[in-house]
Design a protein around this ligand. Structure first.
Ligand code: APR
Ligand code: PHB
Length: 388
């Protein structure tokens, strides 16, 4: 088999890239280790930057997002019994879109199926071959049969545990990592959101987040110990702890209900440099991970995809510059997003080794963010999405 772009990974990065290539007449094949149902069963964040909203429109996949997505012009930040809002539009001229990653990925799967572009699911033993030459290829096995796809480019969109990053020689790869000493316990409940806006809460018991998917579906998180297991947390215990971490007037109106999904996610910051090796290009979680505090995982996968799509399209127009500049261009934005995600996580969570002085620093930073238009402008510009 031959194609122009072999895409390893059928998550949001791979599927968005595939759709952008398709609408530009560039052929691709997506190889997914799991399958549509498995991919769509994963609950992930739900805040889209304007850049991603625009890319979904460009890919011809934005209709349902625009119908069902919820535009948010601000967010709330709570600490102790205080709560203030940061107005994104006043400080950045932009807003964000609340629309679950699961739904966005569903829209991309439906779009690829509608145009009949190749998506090969349940593949095994994917391998990158000769990516540093002019005739790269990808091999894989399906139903016991070995296959090989010859291509011009390989897009490594296979997430943190994929094969693509490992296909860059260890002597070339530089990896940067920070593991946070806590996790996030998240639940999905068919209850009305506690507030129209998201609430990020710093409490003396730890971080909490009140989010949503739609007016009847809420998403809540509390910081938990790294060692915690989901079975350690009955719904009642979760709701009681969440209420303790919210301002009293918020906790009083919180509508609780049975969890329809409950999971614990570890928090880490991670970056791999470079994001290119010959004709292999890393996108999304394959190249970088952020703590979910700033909702930047999906959105940074999107900016990678935009840069790679532009580079490949220009290559076929005879211009190699985009390909040669991809890694540096993507990493320049990745590191700024890593910084914001690290800063916001450091501001809002309780760390086991925090001293009284450290707590005073957190409090002073929150007071400054509450009182300073300049601080709120910096927050807003990062949260709504830095320019591509
Ligand atoms: N071969 C084929 N597919 C693979 C392989 C492999 N060797 N390894 C992993 N995959 C698939 C996974 O099954 C998954 O569907 O690649 C896909 C990677 O998707 P994500 O992990 O979602 O990563 P990405 O597309 O970069 O999206 C980043 O999605 O999961 C969230 O937190 C993440 O918000 C971030 C965003
Ligand atoms: C979510 O709704 O899952 C969500 C929202 C905002 C975040 C993280 C997660 O910062």
């Amino acid at each position: 088999m031959r194609t122009q772009v072999a895409i390893i990974g059928g998550g949001p990065a791979g599927m968005l890239l595939g759709q952008l290539l398709h609408v530009s007449g560039i052929e691709s094949v997506v190889l997914e280790r799991k399958n549509r149902d498995y991919v769509l069963s994963r609950i992930r964040a739900g805040v889209l930057e304007q850049g991603l909203v625009d890319l979904m429109d460009q890919a011809g996949c934005g209709d349902r997002m625009r119908r069902e997505g919820i535009k948010h012009d601000s967010t709330l930040i709570a600490y102790g019994d205080q709560m203030f809002d940061v107005d994104f539009v006043a400080h950045s001229g932009r807003s964000v879109m609340i629309y679950g990653q699961t739904e966005l990925t569903r829209d991309l799967y439906d779009a690829r199926a509608a145009v009949g572009a190749p998506l090969i699911e349940d593949v095994e033993d994917v391998q990158v071959i000769d990516s540093d030459g002019d005739s790269p290829s990808v091999s894989y096995r399906k139903d016991g049969v070995n296959y090989r796809i010859h291509c011009d480019f390989i897009a490594g969109c296979d997430g943190f545990h994929g094969v693509s990053r490992q296909s860059i020689p260890a002597t070339i790869r530089r990896e940067y990592e920070k593991v946070y000493p806590f996790g996030w316990l998240g639940i999905l409940s068919e209850t009305p959101p506690v507030n129209e806006a998201l609430i990020y809460a710093n409490s003396d018991r730890g971080f909490a987040l009140c989010s949503m998917r739609n007016p009847k579906l809420s998403r809540y998180y509390i910081q938990c110990c790294q060692e915690d297991r989901v079975e350690d947390w009955a719904d009642e215990a979760f709701w009681a702890e969440l209420k303790r971490r919210l301002p009293a007037d918020v906790a009083d109106v919180l509508v609780t209900g049975p969890s329809i999904e409950k999971s614990i996610a570890p928090l880490r910051s991670f970056v791999c440099e470079p994001m290119r090796w010959g004709r292999l290009f890393l996108c999304g979680d394959a190249a970088h991970i952020v703590p979910p505090t700033g909702a930047k995982g999906l959105n940074t996968a999107a900016s990678d995809v935009r840069y790679l799509f532009d580079a490949i399209a220009k290559f076929y127009d005879g211009d190699q510059a985009g390909i040669d500049g991809y890694s540096a261009r993507a990493l320049a934005r990745v590191w700024k997003v890593e910084r914001f995600s690290w800063w916001f996580s450091s501001l809002m969570h309780r760390f086991p080794d925090q001293t009284e002085f450290d707590l005073k620093m957190q409090r002073a930073e929150l007071d400054f963010l509450r009182d300073s238009p300049a601080a709120q402008a910096a927050f807003a510009q990062n949260y709504v999405g830095l320019p591509y």
